[in-house]
Design a protein around this ligand. Structure first.
Ligand code: 16G
Ligand code: ZN
Length: 514
């Protein structure tokens, strides 16, 4: 009874705006910040219930990433630091669109019963909150707190202004019983980065390497955090933005710092930049990790199955040249639909899974099993052959597992890993860019009445409905034997995306052809 009146009272203070419908997509709820108060309040209720259900800390982030500053959004992180389980998304939608507090209460009561959520028992709930620098964030954070506090036994813990991946990292760490503050995050990143830098092979250290890195923070939350990291390790980023220049190594974060790309200006006369996208970051990580594994397991019997299962996960957007390159390295490459939740899940099936979307979202996952084996191995090597190449390889892999954010793609930790690997390889950004040459590709979007009418299969490369559409696409792309094409409904906008790419076996063709 107490719970009923608590929820009714507080919900009535956050009425649903008229004429809008909210839907929990790949980015959570997202819209104009000014109409999101009720949605964020309800997301707070949802997060508290999720925490009761799982008996673990849950995360709630308030951000709209790269969207305009007037937009905002809210997204929930599960106990492992990953995205909220998909099965709860329909409930999130129902809550967000409940017309009034009575309906809201009914939905909660019904869901608590269906999901067997332990209520009013000894179980307590904990929700970690974070937000980006958007002006609407403060008021939305208050709404989230009210939502959490509307569930008896739930507490809200405000972690402050954070990048999205920082909050995911904190949720994961806290549920592992580890320290989980922002300074713990920064300390772990700079410690493992320093460790990798100390292990750079002497013979690969050259004076010719460009030391300057320019970072574009997209006016988002990442810039501030990078400043904080910089204070801990001056070597990470030289102060200030250098003059725009040819060949300088440039990195770009998105608004909430969960995506990372690099670029360079190839020559003074060029109008375009050379984009070093998620595929190329993935390739860099893969080369480095494979090198360490080869050293570490060089004595093992190759007739047996490989001692480590290393898997690469991409989407249909991956440039065909990257896939070909990775396969040439002898790596296993698999494909999933677009969206972090799919790639992440697939990558978690391996001892080491590396996943990236071309747009710069990705990370490296290490299985618990592999990591504990690696720690044992490293300890053995430390006593038997400390300082050996094998020992160093083990230490490097351990450092990577600490540096990279295993909860979710994280531009800051990804950036530090890229920097450390470039130093390790003795590669300039140009050398890195030349790992392979991207095949030409084009992307367009088409407004349609109902994007959900398009259903795809085979990792979004085939349209299964409406029937006949795939045949039309095949007929059209059949006229261009060197090209391939796929379409898919966007998960974030009311459009269909069309992607044209040159085929793998094709020779380079000018962009015009596409
Ligand atoms: C979301 C996804 C991202 C995906 C993008 C595709 C997460 C955290 N983010 O931003 O992975 O690449 O949507 O957008 O899952 P689209 O469906 O509009 O093409
Ligand atoms: Zn983002």
């Amino acid at each position: 009874e107490k719970q009923r009146s608590l929820l009714l009272d507080s919900a009535s203070r956050f009425p649903l705006p008229h004429g809008v419908r909210f839907s929990y997509g790949t980015a959570g709820f997202r819209s104009e910040g000014s109409i999101l108060v009720s949605t964020v309040y309800r997301a707070g209720v949802l997060a508290a219930l999720r925490s009761l259900k799982t008996g673990s800390a849950i995360g709630l982030t308030i951000t709209a990433s790269h969207n305009p500053v007037s937009d905002n959004g809210v997204k929930i992180a599960d106990p492992d630091g990953g995205m909220m389980v998909q099965r709860w998304e329909p409930f999130a939608d129902a809550l967000a669109n409940a017309p009034d507090s009575e309906h809201l209460l009914q939905l909660v009561v019904q869901f608590v019963e269906e999901e067997n959520i332990p209520f009013g028992g000894v179980q307590s709930a904990e929700v970690l909150l974070g937000r980006d620098t958007r002006p609407s964030g403060e008021a939305l954070l208050e709404a989230a707190k009210h939502g959490i506090n509307a569930i008896i036994g739930a507490v809200a813990i405000d972690m402050g202004v954070l990048t999205t991946p920082q909050l995911h990292w904190m949720v994961r760490s806290r549920n592992k019983g580890m320290e989980a503050s922002e300074s713990d995050y920064l300390a772990q990143l700079s410690k493992s980065f320093r460790c990798l830098m100390n292990l750079v092979p002497r013979e690969r250290i050259t004076d010719s390497l460009d030391t300057e890195l320019v970072v574009d923070g997209a006016n988002g939350v990442g810039g501030d955090k990078l400043e904080q990291l910089k204070k801990m390790k001056e070597k990470v980023v030289p102060s200030g933005f250098g003059p725009e220049g040819v060949g300088i190594r440039c990195a770009s974060l998105d608004g909430d710092a969960d995506r990372l790309v690099y670029f360079l200006i190839p020559s003074a006369s060029s109008i375009n930049i050379d984009l070093i996208d998620g595929d190329k970051i993935l390739s860099l990580f893969a080369v480095f990790i494979k090198e360490q594994l080869d050293v570490l397991y060089k004595d093992s019997d190759s007739n047996n199955k490989p001692p480590v299962r290393l898997g690469i996960v991409q989407t249909a957007y991956a440039n065909g040249a990257s896939t070909a390159y990775l396969k040439r390295l002898g790596l296993e490459v698999v494909f999933t639909p677009t969206g972090v939740k799919y790639l992440h899940k697939k990558a978690a099936e391996y001892d080491i899974g590396i996943y990236f979307e071309a747009n710069g979202h990705g990370t490296v996952l290490f299985s618990e099993n592999f990591l504990s084996g690696l720690e044992c191995r490293s300890n053995e090597l430390a006593s038997a052959s400390s300082g050996s190449e094998q020992h160093k390889a083990a230490l490097r892999l351990l450092a990577v597992s600490q540096l990279i954010n295993q909860a979710v793609g994280d531009a800051l930790s990804g950036l530090l890993l890229v920097e450390a690997i470039l130093q390790h390889m003795g590669w300039s950004i140009r050398r890195w860019n030349e790992l392979y040459q991207d095949l030409p590709s084009r992307q367009l979007k088409v407004k349609v009445a109902d994007r959900n009418a398009v259903v795809t299969a085979s990792a979004e490369t085939q349209v299964v409905s409406p029937s006949g559409l795939q045949e039309l696409i095949d007929a059209e792309s059949g006229k261009h034997p060197l090209g391939r094409c796929f379409i898919r409904p966007s998960g974030t906008e009311d459009i269909i995306r069309v992607k044209l790419q040159e085929r793998l076996q094709g020779k380079q063709k000018p962009e015009q052809e596409l």
